[in-house]
Design a binder for this molecule. Sequence first.
Ligand code: MIC
Ligand code: SF4
Length: 748
Amino acid sequence: MAVDQIERLYESMPAKLDAARRRFGRALTLSEKILVAHTDDFDKQEWSRGKAQLRLRVDRVSLQDATGQMALLQFMQAGKKQVAVPSTVHCDHLIRAQTGAAEDMQRAVTENSEVYEFLHSASKKYGIGFWKPGAGIIHQVVLENYAFPGGLMIGADSHTPNAGGLGMVAIGVGGADCGEAMAGLAWEVLDPKLIGVRLTGKFTGWTSAKDVITYLLGLLTVKGGTNKIVEYFGPGAESISATGKGTICNMGAELGATTSVFHFDDRMAAYLRATDRADIAAAAERFREHLVADPDVVANPAKYYDEVVEIDLSELEPHVVGPHSPDRARPVSKLAAEVKKEGWPVQIKAALIGSCTNSSYEDMKRAAHVAMQALKAGLKAKTPFLVTPGSERIYQTIKRDGIMETFEKIGGTVLANACGPCIGQWKRSDVGREEANAIVSSFNRNFPGRNDGSAATLSFLTSPEIVTALAFAGTLEFDPVHGTIPGPDGKAFRFTAPESEELPARGFAKGEEGFEAPASDGEGVAVAVAPGSERLQLLQPFPRWDGRDFTELAILVKTKGKTTTDHISPAGAWLRYRGHLDRISDNMFLGAVNAFSGEIGKGVNPVSGEGGKSFTQIARDLKARGMSWLVIGDENYGEGSSREHAAMSPRYLGCKVVIVRSFARIHETNLKKQGILPLVFAQPSDYELIEQSDRVSVRGLAALAPGKPVEVVIHKSGGKTVTIQCHHTLTDEQIGWFKAGSALNALK
Ligand code: MIC
Ligand code: SF4
C-alpha cells in the first residue's frame, strides 16, 4: 500500500477514536483502535466482546498457493473485474523439500506449472500482485513488504497474524472470506475478547521471542485464545525486535487466537526503515499515539482486558514444546526427565530451523553463533541440519554475511525459501514410515504427520538457537543452557549463550525479488484452467437448503481427541489437489481418530455395516445412495490451518451438520460459509451418548434464529430416542448462508 493511503488511514483515526471513546465511555486498547478505524459503519455497528459481529473494511488480502486456489476460484464466481482491495498471491506451500534449494525449485516449477499458471493468470487478470515460487514464505514476504502499524489485513493462512509484529491486526481466515473481501464486501468477525500480555524485563542468555509464545501456549493451551486478540505491551515489549514480535504473533495462531498484536514502537520503525519503508516509519511516528493503547490502558490493564498475563522476560527460561501439540510445554531444563518418563526416543533424527515463524536475520545469526562455537571446538553436527530461509531477502543477506557458510560447514542443507518440511512436503529417506523418531525444529506446528507425513515422528518445537545446539548433541537429553556435551578431545564442552544483531549492519541484500505486478488492464487476460485437469476444477455451487429438517442422518465419523484440520484434510502429498475439490476429497478424515474403534481414518459404513473403509469411501457410498450424514467431534474441533477444504470436502460429499464439544474459530466460520450447520453440545457430556449405529435428527430448522438453541434427537438402534440441546453461533446473515447453501450462493 502506498504511503499516502496509509497516511489517509492515520488521518482518519483521531476523529473515529474520539467517537469510540465517547461511545464506550473509556480509553481504548490498540486492538479496539484498529477495529474501530476499520468499521464499515461505526454508527450502526454494535460492540459487545464475544457477542457482536463486527463488519470491517480490510486494507489488504494475502493468499498463498495452496489455499489461494480455492479463494480465487470462489472470487471468480462473484463475477468482478478487479479486486477491490490490494491483494497478493505467494507461491510457497507447493515446493517439496528433497535435495536442496536449487533442485527442489526446479522440480516444483515443473510439477506445479499448471497451478502456478492458474494463479499467475488470475492474478494478472484481477489486479493481484504475484510472488513467484522462490520469492519466500507468505508471512515473511508480507512482513518485509506490506505489513504496517495500525492496518487491518486478512489472509487465507492461519499464520497471517505474523504481521502483528509490525502492529497490524492481521487475521487468518478461509478462502471464501478472502474471496468476498476481494469482491468488495465488508468482512465479518466476532467482536473478540482481549487478552493483555504485559511484558517486563528483557531476554537474557538463551531466552528469545519464541519462548514467550511457547511459554504462553503451556499456560493458555491451544484453545485459550479462541475468539480473542492477544495484545502485548509493557516495557519488555520494547526490548523485542520487530521480527521477534512477529514470531510471537505468528504462533499466537497455535493459541487459536483471532490474532495477536504489539503496540507500535521504535523497533518497528527500525525494521520498516531497514526494509525500505522510511516513509511509513515516519508516518507511524507522527501518529504514534493512535498506534498504541491509550495511557490509562497501559497503566490499568485489568480494567480494559478480559484477562491479563504478566511475563517477566528476565525470568523466562527457554522452552521446548511437543510432541504432537504445541501446548505441551516445559522449560528445556525439564525435557530430559520427561523424555525418559514417557519413553520417547532420545535420539534426534533431524534438526530444522527457519520457516515463516523464525527465519529473521536475528534468528539466523543467533543460530550461526551457536554453530560457530561448536565448529571452533571441532564438533560436528550429529543430525542432518536443514535451513529454510523465509524469503529471498533473508537468504541473500545470510549468504552475504557468511551465515550460510557456517551452516554449510556444519553439514547443513539449505532448502528453498518455502514451506517445505513445515507442511508435510519433506521427503525423508532416513527413517521408515512407521518408525518412531524425534525431530526438533523452530517451526510453529507439530501435529502428527505434519512434517514428513508420518505420525510416528515426534516433533518438538523450540527456538532456532536451541535447535542448533541440540543438533550437536543429537539427543533430547541435552540442556544447552546448563549441560555439556563431550568435545572431540573428550573434555566437556559447554556452549555460551548466543549473540546476534537484530538487523543486518550492512542492510538487507537483494536477490531476485520474484514479484510481478498485475496487468494494467486485465480485461483481455484469460485465466488458465486446463480442461480435464486433475489439479484444478471449476466450482459448482452447492445445492440450496430444501427447507426441511434433517431426519435420521447417519454418522459418518465420531472423532476422538485432537481433530485438527490436518486430521480432517491432511496436507503433504494432498497439497497437489488443493484446486480440485473432487480429488482432494479422497483425503477426507484420513487422520481422524475414530471414537468407536480407535482406528485412524477408517470406519464402518452405517448402511452396509462393512468395516475397515476409509471415510471418503463411506461418504461416497452414502452420497450415491442419496443419503446425507453428519460428523460428531470433540474439543477445539478444526484447530490449526485455515484450509477450507476441511469444510468443503465434507460439504461436497454430503455432510449436513457437525456437532462438537467446541470449535476452533476459523474452521467454524469455514463450515458456515460452505453451508454446513455447526452445532455445539449444550452439555459437553452428551458427546458420550452418541453410538455408531445411532441416527440423528435436527429439528426446527425453519425457525433457526441467532442465539436460539436447536433440538437434536438421537435415535438409538432399539427404537429409543434421546433429545438433547445444541447451541450455534449463527447470525441472521449466516443463517442466510445456510439457507442459500453457502455464503457464495447467498452473495449471488
Ligand atoms: C499451515 O501452517 O497449516 C498452513 C499449511 O500454512 C495452512 C494453510 C494451508 O493449509 O494451506 C494454514 O496455516 O492456514
Ligand atoms: Fe508455511 Fe509452515 Fe508457515 Fe504454514 S506455518 S505458512 S506451512 S512455513
